[in-house]
Structure formats: structure tokens, C-alpha cells
Design a protein around this ligand. Structure first.
Ligand code: HAM
Length: 432
């Protein structure tokens, strides 16, 4: 590449882009714990995985999410190829799943689908605690139904994931965004009401009154919130069908023991929503407290070229969820699990024997590890403890000669003497 300075020549450290992170160690273990818990819950609820590309045609997001949303206007990473900018890194997952649903004619072959996905999302936001420019979402989309119990199921599902990872203290905020018909009347009423305070609103809200008036209700500025505290509420403008739908969602949540709060200001940042909208918030996160957002989107499949099709879903933000777990979780937040057995060789001549013993243990499906740095065996013992190994066995000339080992449990210090078969059996008993 000509023109750009060659950093390798100067040994400068190349850093990860702002708003991105490298995951390893404890944090990676915690993220895996969340992902595994989610997969288990998806299985119980009958959801199947879908993977879509991380970049898509820009038009998909403009049409799906809405041209005047912050996500499309300000936060999309677009990809230039030669003179053309046609693709964008996905700023959310729902539009992509709808594109796949339509592209593969699923509305003909199997109209009703329950999908889940896990993967990276990209938004050019100001990085702050719990907000990144690349972050993972865990989401679901139920496509091909207008049933309010499907809305209820998705909320129950999200709550179940949080319960499983032992995150307490979250709240479920619920609202309805109506349908295009009742929303038109609400839009007019809201605009009229806001004209009265327009001059005092922040610049962003002022411009939103004409462009995307509902977003005014989502402004985080304290004085805007105060000025719009008495703004009309969308639920007072719902038509019969939307009102009935909302009542059934509330009834379903109550019947299944899930507490929620009605939130008049909840509007969501994507334009595709209809009827039910919800967010799950955690108080440990401050102003931007959403760990999950979702709702119904009955016009979205049509918007991306398919037939009229109902749908509902949510996405959990893994980064805010991890932060909530760190700050306000009830469990241990997913400690990095160590190997079941750490095999420690006293001297260099003991290493091949120790290595073979480790291999035999691994072949039984039991996690085992050993030192590869040539460290003094006492140091290795301390390292094994630090890495949360459950058991250690020390191999020296005696062990090699007699074939008898002392298996030490790290948490209790208790030792069990056994030959190779006995050692493996003991480990099998405690791991099964
Ligand atoms: P969303 O509310 O834009 O909804 O994002 C869902 C969640 O992703 C948020 O509640 C938050 O936890 C997390 N999140 C958003 N932005 C960031 C960020 N910059 N850094 C870290 N986490 C973030 C959607 O994306 C919809 N597609 C959800 C959906 C699925 N609706 C229906 N189906």
C-alpha cells in the first residue's frame, strides 16, 4: 500500500478500533456462560438457530429500520467497494432475518418460524459503559403469527434467560406502538402538543418533531423529559384491534407470573414496530439501562418484499448484560472454569510420563492440562490453583515407578491414593 505509513517498520502497537474489545479470560468465560444459557433456553422453547451475513445491502436497513432513525442516519458502518457504497455492516439482526425469510420463500414452505441468532452487531455510537461499536446480540424472531401469546412467549423467554444466568433486579417495560392507522392519529396529537414547548427543547428534539416525532419521547436530556412529561400517550389512541391485542399480552404476562410496568415513553429506536413493544432494563446501568429490546413488527416482511406476515422478537445486548451481571448479579457471574485435573511433573524426565497420563485422562472426556513453560513444579502448582483446577496430581520418580498417584482436591486439600484406573474412575465419578 503506497502512501500509508508502514507501522510494522516502527514497531508501533496497533490497537483495536475504539468501541471494540478483545474477549478472553474471565470475560470470555462469562460471555460463553450467557450464550450457553441462552441456547439451553432456546432449545426448551423450540427455537432454531439462523445465521445471516454480517453485511447486507444498505437498502435492506434503510427500508427495514427506517431512513430517519438514528441507526440508519448516523450509526451505520457502510462499506465502500471501488466507487460504490452498497453494503453496510448489520446494525441489528431483525431486518436480515426477514430478508432471509423472504429470499428463501419460507412464507410458502413453512410460514411459521421460530429463529434465534447470536452474533456481532455494528453501530457507530459514542462508546461508553455498556455501549460498544461492535457488540454481540442474542435475539429471536417469531415469524408467521399475529397471536398475542407469541409476544408473551418472547418476553417469557428473555426473562428466562436472565433468570438462568442469575441476573436479578431487572424490570420489564411494556407499551404498545399501535398500527399505522392509530399511530397516524397519535402522531398528529403528539406533534400538536409538542409545538407548545418546541422552543425550549434540545436541537435534536426540535428536528425530530417533523422528522420522527415519537423519538422525542426517547430523549435522554433531563429538561426535555420534563417538558414532555405530560405529552399524550399512544395507548389512549389505540384502535380496537390494537387495544385488544395489548390486553391479551398483559393478561398473558400476568397469567404466567411475569411482572411488568407500563411505560408511556417507550417508543424504541427502530421504525418497524407495531403493537407490542418492550424493553428489559437493569438499574445497575444508569441512563442507558436496556439489556434487551423487542416487540412486534407486522409490516416488516412486506417491507422487504414478502407477503403480509406477523412477527415478533427481541435482542439481548450481551455487553450491557455482562455489565449488569458484574454490577448487580446474584451468581458468581460465570467464573472461568479450570481443568478437572492438572498434571504436574517434578522434573524434566517426569514430563513424558505426566503428559501421557494427561492424554489418557483426556481420552475419557475429562478435562486435563499440564505445564508447557518449563516452570518449577511448585510454581506450576500455584498456577493450577489460580486457574481453578479442581484436582492436581504430582508426578515424580516414585509415581513413575510404582504407578500409584496422589490425587489432590484443591478446594479441600484432601488426597486420594489410586492407580491409573482408580484415578480415572474417581475423576469420572465426580464429573458425571
Ligand atoms: P435494540 O433495542 O436496538 O433492538 O437493541 C437491543 C439491545 O442491544 C439493547 O437493548 C441493548 O442491550 C443492546 N445494544 C444496543 N446498542 C448497543 C451498543 N452500542 N453496545 C452494546 N449493546 C447495545 C434491536 O436491535 C432489535 N433488532 C431487537 C428486535 C428483535 N426487535 C424485534 N426483534
Amino acid at each position: 500500500m503506497s502512501g500509508s505509513p508502514d507501522k510494522s517498520q516502527t514497531n508501533q502497537v496497533v490497537r483495536a478500533p475504539r468501541g471494540t474489545e478483545d474477549l478472553f479470560g474471565e470475560k470470555m468465560a462469562r460471555q460463553q456462560m450467557i450464550e450457553n444459557a441462552a441456547r439451553e433456553v432456546f432449545d426448551v422453547f423450540g427455537y432454531k438457530e439462523i445465521r445471516t451475513p454480517v453485511f447486507e445491502d444498505i437498502a435492506l436497513f434503510v427500508r427495514g429500520i427506517g431512513a430517519t432513525t438514528d441507526i440508519v442516519e448516523k450509526e451505520m458502518y457502510t462499506l465502500a467497494q471501488g466507487d460504490e457504497t452498497t453494503f453496510a455492516l448489520r446494525p441489528e439482526g431483525t431486518a436480515s432475518v426477514m430478508r432471509a425469510y423472504v429470499e428463501h420463500n419460507l412464507f410458502k414452505s413453512k410460514k411459521f418460524q421460530k429463529f434465534y441468532y447470536l452474533g456481532p452487531i455494528f453501530r457507530h455510537e459514542r462508546p461508553q459503559a455498556g455501549r460498544m461499536r461492535q457488540f454481540d446480540q442474542i435475539g429471536v424472531e417469531v415469524i408467521g403469527t399475529y397471536d398475542p401469546l407469541a409476544d408473551v412467549e418472547t418476553i417469557l423467554l428473555a426473562a428466562e434467560i436472565f433468570r438462568k444466568i442469575e441476573l436479578g433486579g431487572f424490570t420489564i417495560k411494556l407499551n404498545s406502538f399501535g398500527c399505522p392507522t392509530c399511530r397516524a392519529a397519535y402522531r398528529t396529537a403528539l406533534r400538536e402538543a409538542l409545538r407548545g414547548v418546541e422552543a425550549k427543547l434540545c436541537a435534536n428534539c426540535k428536528s425530530r418533531i417533523d422528522r420522527n416525532v415519537f423519538r422525542v419521547l426517547d430523549c435522554k436530556e433531563a429538561h426535555c423529559k420534563e417538558l414532555t412529561a405530560d405529552a399524550p400517550c399512544i395507548r389512549d389512541h389505540l384502535d380496537d384491534e390494537c387495544r385488544e391485542h395489548f390486553e391479551k399480552v398483559k393478561d398473558g404476562l400476568e397469567a404466567n407470573g411475569l411482572a411488568y410496568t407500563l411505560d408511556n415513553r417507550l417508543v424504541r429506536g427502530l421504525d418497524y414496530y407495531t403493537k407490542t413493544i418492550y424493553e428489559i432494563a437493569h438499574p445497575a446501568l444508569g441512563a442507558r439501562d436496556a439489556i434487551c429490546g423487542g416487540g412486534r413488527y407486522d409490516g416488516l416482511v412486506e417491507e422487504v418484499g414478502g407477503p403480509p406476515t406477523g412477527g415478533v422478537g427481541f435482542a439481548i445486548g450481551v455487553v450491557p448484560t455482562m455489565l449488569a451481571l458484574e454490577k448487580g448479579g446474584e451468581g458468581d457471574g460465570g467464573k472461568a472454569a479450570g481443568p478437572t485435573l492438572f498434571v504436574i511433573a517434578i522434573g524434566g524426565e517426569d514430563r513424558p510420563f505426566a503428559f501421557s497420563l494427561m492424554t489418557k485422562v483426556r481420552r475419557e472426556g475429562i478435562s486435563a492440562d499440564t505445564d508447557f513453560e518449563g516452570k518449577n513444579w511448585k510454581k506450576v502448582m500455584r498456577a493450577a490453583n489460580r486457574d481453578n483446577a479442581k484436582y492436581i496430581v504430582v508426578i515424580g520418580p516414585d509415581e513413575r515407578e510404582t504407578g500409584r498417584f496422589k490425587l489432590k482436591e484443591m478446594s479441600t486439600g484432601m488426597e486420594t491414593e489410586a492407580d491409573e484406573a482408580g484415578l480415572i474412575q474417581h475423576l469420572k465419578n465426580i464429573t458425571q
